[in-house]
Design a protein. Structure first.
Length: 281
């Protein structure tokens, strides 16, 4: 076989492809018939669908990424809003505490609650002040809303407080509108209620009446808010009401307090203790 024949044998497929491709281009350029236009339109419709499908997939992927980004930003903004709300609430509490301080004629020490144990019958609070700040056992603890508890233990830098939400805590109190005395304590059941007892059934006790410390308290000055009457029950077989109060200063909301630097009357305490022991003999 000659060289020319061999070259033709090897390249004839490419030559044929080139001729057909060139012919197709010439036909497309020089002819614009209705059939050709229809074919062209059909081709464009098919390619448009394919292109639209891929564009939709791209938009969906972009939307997923955008949703993830917006979700992350939303979480970050919600966290920041929560921090700002907490800071605003704390600032408002501090302003109230400072304003309340101006009305007190008793020497006091401001303190922050650094620990709370309020899940038991005998609950405790820990303050960041102690004996080096003049705090001693038996001193009353209040905030701008009302009584919180009393100091039961101190170190140089810290104090332990028995709050009103403790079954060992009790305070003489008065229903202001009636000038009727009773004893307020916690019954160890309802975390948002205090119990007031020894108020005679003859008294017109009503919901919403304010209860404050009485002049008979060994710890608290008279007139410090204790709570507000929430409900009143007359139990069968007893001459006094069972009165539930909403605490003026719920322990779960107490963060900053004042320790009143008033020492209990030790002579009075000793005499009353001696009298009680004498009655039990």
């Amino acid at each position: 076989m000659s060289l020319a024949a061999k070259l033709w044998e090897r390249s004839r497929e490419w030559v044929l492809f080139g001729v057909l491709f060139l012919t197709s281009v010439i036909v497309l350029v020089q002819h614009d018939g209705s059939t050709l236009r229809a074919v062209r339109a059909s081709s464009l419709a098919v390619t448009a669908r394919v292109e639209g499908l891929f564009a939709g997939i791209g938009r969906y992927s972009h939307a997923l990424g955008e949703n993830d980004r917006l979700r992350a930003e939303t979480i970050e903004l919600a966290t920041e809003v929560a921090r700002l709300r907490e800071a605003r609430a704390e600032n408002e509490r501090l302003r109230s505490l400072l304003a309340f301080s101006d009305t007190l004629a008793i020497q006091r020490v401001p303190a922050r609650v650094v620990a709370k144990d309020i899940t038991q019958q005998e609950n405790l609070l820990t303050l960041d002040v102690g004996s080096r700040n003049g705090v001693e056992e038996g001193m009353p603890v209040i905030d701008e809303r009302g009584i919180v508890g009393k100091v039961v233990l101190t170190s140089a830098r810290y104090s332990i407080v028995m709050p009103h939400q403790s079954t060992q805590f009790a305070v003489p109190a008065t229903i202001d509108a009636l000038q009727q005395d009773g004893i307020v304590r916690w019954d160890g059941i309802n975390y948002d209620r205090l119990l007031m007892e020894y108020v005679p059934k003859t008294e017109p006790v009503e919901q919403g009446q304010i209860v404050t410390t009485s002049g008979y308290s060994e710890i608290f000055p008279a007139g410090i808010p204790v709570g507000v009457v929430d409900s009143v029950f007359a139990r069968r077989g007893r001459n006094d009401f069972t009165i539930y109060l909403r605490p003026a200063a719920p322990i779960s909301q107490v963060n900053y307090v004042y320790v009143l630097l008033t020492e209990p009357d030790r002579e009075r305490e000793a005499l009353e203790e001696e009298a009680r022991e004498g009655l039990t003999e």
